[in-house]
Ligand binder design. Sequence first.
Ligand SMILES: C[S@@+](CC[C@H](N)C(=O)[O-])C[C@H]1O[C@@H](n2cnc3c(N)ncnc32)[C@H](O)[C@@H]1O
Length: 225
Amino acid sequence: MPDSEFIAPHTKILNILDKLDSQSESERSGKVKISHDDSMLAITNDTGKFLNILLSAINCNRVLEIGTSVGYSTLWIALTLIQNQESLINLKRSILTIENSPSKIKRARKNFEDAGVTDMVEIVEGNAFEILAELPEKIKNDSIWGNKLFDFVFIDADKENLVRYFDLVIPLVRKGGLIVTDNILLPEDYRSSMIEYVNHVRKKKNIQSVTVPIGYGEEVSLKLN
Ligand SMILES: C[S@@+](CC[C@H](N)C(=O)[O-])C[C@H]1O[C@@H](n2cnc3c(N)ncnc32)[C@H](O)[C@@H]1O
């Protein structure tokens, strides 16, 4: 391939993130009418950068994401893994992400294709609670997922099931791994679910957890042992 046709993986991802940033901006402005089902409901750009720093700091290689939407947060994660690893070969199927909306999965696949990260991302389609309950059995003999725990879990799906998601994912995370949950501070409608979640997480003896007021508020929980 001539040099002029080569586009570095980082550049491709950043181009798609830019495009999605514009879509998110018009969604948040309310100027364009977008139905709830078609909304990206993505993390903010600052939150993407925050995840980028967190995941680099823990030398993250394996990620579980609950709530893909059209792939904005997934692309921030993919960007970080590429920055950390340099070689794309080691990153095959390094992000497992769960989503139940077929139309969003279609959009996410297109974004992953355009960003050049299709091989890195495994999308599991269906209800997150059912998938998480069956995940240990499903990945037990998998050549990639079966032999190691996740370094990082991002919880960003339906907000009523956070406590159940947390309890299902905690055994799948390595010591020193992180679980981050979005929307702890905003929107207000989620307040009671978020209080319940934060209280639940902070009662655990093997968890150190704090709310970081960035974007919509991120609960960052470290698994101590
Ligand atoms: C807030 S959006 C995710 C945004 C994405 N993490 C980002 O920042 O780009 C939540 C997504 O979770 C999906 N979702 C909601 N409940 C779900 C469930 N029970 N199982 C799987 N996906 C679910 C929704 O369809 C939606 O796309």
